[in-house]
Design a protein around this ligand. Structure first.
Ligand SMILES: Cc1ncc(COP(=O)(O)O)c(C=O)c1O
Length: 358
């Protein structure tokens, strides 16, 4: 029986909500009223958008400084990851995925009947990737290496030098490297260029969801070389015959004021990050690797099981965070920054109380 579900996504939709919701991963919703667009400029049906709406293709391409022909539009990074993996992998192919990993990436690889292998990120080194761990596990049957950059859940940033080494390893066996960069623009200073520029073996996925707070538009994309890009567009014909035209128009409007949208989120993310740092310095019983970027942090509970702790946190303290078991690390939990600083501060206070009363 094929694997056809995502436990994490189901939990996120049905059980993650709470009054003090730290189970988030993206910025606060950006309100439509702050977007410089008028309803009478929108339209429901388009005629020239079947394989991508040219102004949106251009906007995405300009954002990454790539050829618009390399841009494949998709319904969020979720569909982008699916299209990328499904276009590259055949059943039985080896796919090497980071550990810990964002659950749906593993779910898609398993659904595609890939032979999933793992390499461990080094928690002892700030969750960095050691290319040797990849070199040790790669085989001639490896078709794809998958990483997230920034890493979900820890927000670790992988530098270009390491990405380049991973690309070299992949090239040596004819494999691709899929880099999910949905959080990369949450590096607010010196934002790195997309890894797509590092070589033809790189395939990149991203969207306007997490860092920009316009998740409802489902504006996602893949960056891939021309032939592979067409394979993905044709595969997408099986899932969503045509894109959502009003969504494409609104996404173009977002790109026109992208900096403003990002800066709005940045203020909240940075205020929350400061609170989290202070909390981690003072609070016993928990620890985490602190980064200067990203919207999530992966907190280790020094004693006990995070599931039990989070159950109590929800029922007694009305506060939610993401259980580490969704990242295969049950003694951790993930907190999200960037939604509402008052809520975040109160959520941290409640975590502190729950720890004391444990
Ligand atoms: C690493 C990663 N990729 C993809 C997604 C899904 O993104 P989107 O909302 O753009 O589909 C998420 C959402 O949490 C994520 O963390």
């Amino acid at each position: 029986m094929r694997h056809k579900h995502s436990d994490y996504m189901n939990w996120s939709k049905t059980q993650s909500h709470a009054r003090y919701n730290l189970a988030t991963s993206g910025a606060a919703p950006f309100p439509l009223r702050e977007l410089a667009v008028h309803l009478d400029t929108l339209e429901i049906n388009g005629s020239d958008n079947g394989y991508g709406y040219p102004p949106l293709q251009k906007a995405i391409a300009a954002h990454h400084d790539v050829d618009p022909d390399c841009v494949v539009e998709s319904a969020g990074t979720s569909m982008a990851n699916h299209l990328a993996m499904a276009s590259i992998i055949e059943p039985g192919d080896e796919v090497l995925i980071e550990h810990p990993a964002y659950g749906p990436i593993l779910d898609v690889a398993r659904d595609l009947e890939a032979n999933v292998k793992r390499f461990r990120r080094m928690d002892e080194a700030g969750w960095a990737i050691d290319p040797k761990a990849i070199r040790d596990r790669i085989t001639p049957n490896t078709r794809l290496i998958v990483i997230t950059n920034l890493h979900n859940p820890t927000s670790a940033l992988t530098p270009d030098g390491v990405l380049q080494e991973i690309g070299d390893i992949a090239r040596s066996v004819g494999a691709f490297v899929l880099v999910d960069e949905v959080y990369l623009d949450a590096v607010y200073q010196g934002t790195p260029r997309t890894s797509f520029h590092l070589g033809p073996e790189f395939v990149v996925t991203s969207s306007l969801t997490k860092v920009y707070g316009v998740s409802g538009l489902r504006c996602g994309w893949i960056l891939a070389q021309h032939d592979l890009a067409w394979k993905m567009r044709k595969l997408n014909d099986l899932y969503s015959a045509t894109p959502v035209y009003p969504g494409q128009l609104l996404a173009v409007a977002v790109f026109k004021q992208l900096n403003q949208v990002r800066e709005k989120a940045r203020r909240i993310v940075e205020a929350d990050r400061k609170l989290l740092r202070d909390f981690l310095v003072k609070q016993s019983g928990v620890s985490a690797v602190c980064t200067d970027w990203g919207t999530t942090s992966f907190v280790q509970l020094e004693q006990g099981n995070a599931d039990d702790f989070l159950k109590r946190l929800r029922t007694e303290f009305e506060t939610a965070a993401v259980p580490g078991r969704f990242f295969e690390m049950p003694d951790h939990f993930r907190v999200g920054m960037g939604v509402n600083t008052e809520m975040f501060a109160e959520g941290l206070k409640r975590i502190a109380r729950a720890l004391v009363e444990a």
